[in-house]
Write a protein that binds this ligand. Sequence first.
Ligand SMILES: NC(=O)c1ccc[n+]([C@@H]2O[C@H](COP(=O)([O-])OP(=O)(O)OC[C@H]3O[C@@H](n4cnc5c(N)ncnc54)[C@H](O)[C@@H]3O)[C@@H](O)[C@H]2O)c1
Ligand SMILES: [Zn+2]
Ligand SMILES: [Zn+2]
Length: 378
Amino acid sequence: MRAIVYRGPKEVALEEVPDATIEAPTDAVVRITTTNICGSDLHMYEGRTAVEAGTVLGHENMGIVEEVGPGVERIRVGDRVAVPFNVACGSCRSCLTGWTSFCERTNPNEGMQGAAYGYANMGPYRGGQAERLRVPYADFNLLRLPEGDEHELDFAMLSDIFPTGWHGVAMSGLAPGDRVTIMGAGPVGLMAAHSARIMGAREVFVVDRRPDRLALAERADAIPIDDSKGDPVEQILEATGGAGTERGVEAVGWQAHDPQGDEHPEATLDALVQAVQVHGGIGVVGVFVPEDPGAPDERAAEGRIGWDFGTFFTKGQQLGTGQAPVKRYDRQLRDLIVAGRATPSWIVSHEVGLDDAVDAYERFDRREDGWTKVLLHP
Ligand SMILES: NC(=O)c1ccc[n+]([C@@H]2O[C@H](COP(=O)([O-])OP(=O)(O)OC[C@H]3O[C@@H](n4cnc5c(N)ncnc54)[C@H](O)[C@@H]3O)[C@@H](O)[C@H]2O)c1
Ligand SMILES: [Zn+2]
Ligand SMILES: [Zn+2]
């Protein structure tokens, strides 16, 4: 089958790889209809992770079940399914408490909990930017979708970014009527804005500096804050009569930079500590890493970043972190889509075939104007 393979920094290739097959009785093989390129893939693409050359990329997958192992009972051949990016067993301590992103069984790397398809340090699972994908523990992991091809682009957001944005807002502790500051207007930040609106936020502020993305934030009924035009914290305090927001979401990650392009991994956390009120909550879904081969200094290379913990403590704020447990939310979010209450596909900017995926990686990585979310249809 054909697949997108990581070859080295800034280099991916469309290659012929061995077919995805049933390897365990509880596996299924899914024929991919839609698979997305994610901002998380760009961390690997840019050489900022320990991903190995030869890895098939792609953790945002959906498609039609083509084959099931003899131990699969619930899922049937022909089912249309969304595949959560977490590979989870369904029966360990983490999975049983709703934390599939920290599954204790699926990641064989020493000391690592939580696995994913086609991702650095997340286990041996090949990604779905390919014609087919092997899904372990299929009965547990796969989310069934209505038959046909309706809502394809909305459902494509269920494997990662919609639940991840939702998780960021949920970890912030948002209650109806709260205001929220979201750092980053990438797909994850925009999905957090969409989620916050659905959850009843009174006002949503989204900080970025890219005009195309700030325009999308406005489309999500959020107030865009352009940090190239002035300090984002001051702008939010001014817009809230000096109060700040009850909640905050970090949707940028450790490669956060200033509008000129210099990296400051602490910048978004520091801004949130300032913009969020006393005893408010902050949900961090932007990725921070314990090892960064491309870090600007020695401490950052070990994942140590100096942020304003003193003010954070003094303000009595709460902080939630980590990969999103997609299964905790994907059923309800699917039903919101079917009911017409959520339409996450408004962020999709490009749809291409596998033949154009290498070019799409380059352009998405340059964050070319208008390249917000790229979907591949193998
Ligand atoms: N926790 C999870 O489960 C999970 C899942 C998916 C993605 N992620 C992570 O979420 C983060 C965002 O993903 P994405 O796909 O939206 O990425 P993206 O790179 O497309 O978007 C990030 C946005 O942040 C903006 N930005 C950079 N520095 C900033 C700063 N200092 N202040 C404000 N905005 C700034 C950029 O201009 C960009 O628009 C990434 O780190 C990704 O790896 C986490
Ligand atoms: Zn993703
Ligand atoms: Zn588990």
